[in-house]
Design a protein around this ligand. Structure first.
Ligand code: PGA
Length: 278
């Protein structure tokens, strides 16, 4: 039933492009710091100046920082020539126009971003962004040339009521509707159980692995197995230096989206190194 809703094309990814399919860490870990509404320009620049030397030797992970809009350009300049990429936390679905208070992918690219987050649970819950809107935003951001970390995840109530699978299926089904093969090359999914965000409660490695495997299965079912195997699924929700290694050890955990612990260079650097296995 769901399959018919998806845009289906004849995928032809040879197995050699995805390497050791099914093997742990065939996918380069993607480790991103979501600064949320923290850090003024100078504070953000200070943070990356401290971070840069600490992660300079990391070659086995992709590193992204996502400051507030006002700090993007300055932080982007500060990370130029390093192994840290710049991302935004949100963007709108038009290039320009009368959309007071919004920002476009084109403006983010202009400010030096290569990535953006879309669909964070705070956007879904506080700003009432629904699956349809998020799908439009995702498609436009990808079409515009940004790479996207697309967030999904269930609330505590949804988990306790046994609705987790349905919620994740809906978020994947409606959120990723219409994506094509090329889009998936610039997409990562961030599984962020809402009950673990900013609460200090982390999903156990087993809970994360179960949810990630389920999401990967959904992608395989609705799109293509090779796409599912190549797709990076980050975990987010109270990731800290002392739980990063056990989370990344799980086969389907391909990186992190880090909030609170990304606001300090030492803790984010420790998470990056654990995530990279370095
Ligand atoms: P947290 O936030 O690490 O502070 O729990 C994660 C996120 O919201 O992306």
């Amino acid at each position: 039933m769901l399959k018919s809703v998806f845009f289906w094309i004849g995928f032809s990814i040879p197995l050699t492009t995805t390497g050791n399919l099914g093997m742990s860490h065939a996918r380069t870990p993607l480790i991103a710091g979501n600064w949320k509404m923290y850090k003024k320009i100078g504070e953000g620049v200070d943070l990356v100046r401290q971070l840069t030397p600490q992660v300079a030797g990391v070659s086995k992970a992709e590193i992204v920082v996502c400051p507030t809009f006002t700090a993007l350009q300055a932080v982007g300049q500060a990370v130029q020539g390093t192994n840290i990429a710049l991302g935004a936390q949100n963007c709108y679905l038009k290039a320009e126009g009368a959309f007071t208070g919004e920002i476009s992918p084109q403006m983010l690219l202009d400010a030096g971003c290569t990535w953006t987050i879309i669909g964070h649970s705070e956007r879904r819950q506080i700003f009432h962004e629904n699956d349809k809107l998020l799908n439009q935003k995702l498609r436009f951001a990808l079409e515009s040339g940004l790479k996207v970390m697309f967030c999904i995840g269930e609330t505590l109530e949804e988990r306790e009521n046994g609705n987790m699978d349905d919620i994740l299926e809906r978020q994947v089904h409606e959120g990723l509707s219409g994506l094509n093969e090329a889009d998936f090359g610039r997409l990562a999914i961030a599984y962020e159980p809402v009950w673990a965000i900013g609460t200090g409660v982390t999903a156990t490695p087993e809970q994360a692995e179960d949810a990630h495997a389920f999401v990967r299965g959904l992608i395989g079912e609705h799109f293509h197995q090779a796409i599912a195997e190549a797709l990076r699924i980050q975990y987010g929700g109270s990731v800290k230096p002392d739980n990063a290694a056990e989370l990344i050890a799980k086969q389907n955990v391909d990186g992190f989206l880090v909030g609170g612990a990304s606001l300090k260079a030492d803790s984010f650097a420790a998470i990056v190194k654990a995530g990279a296995g370095q």
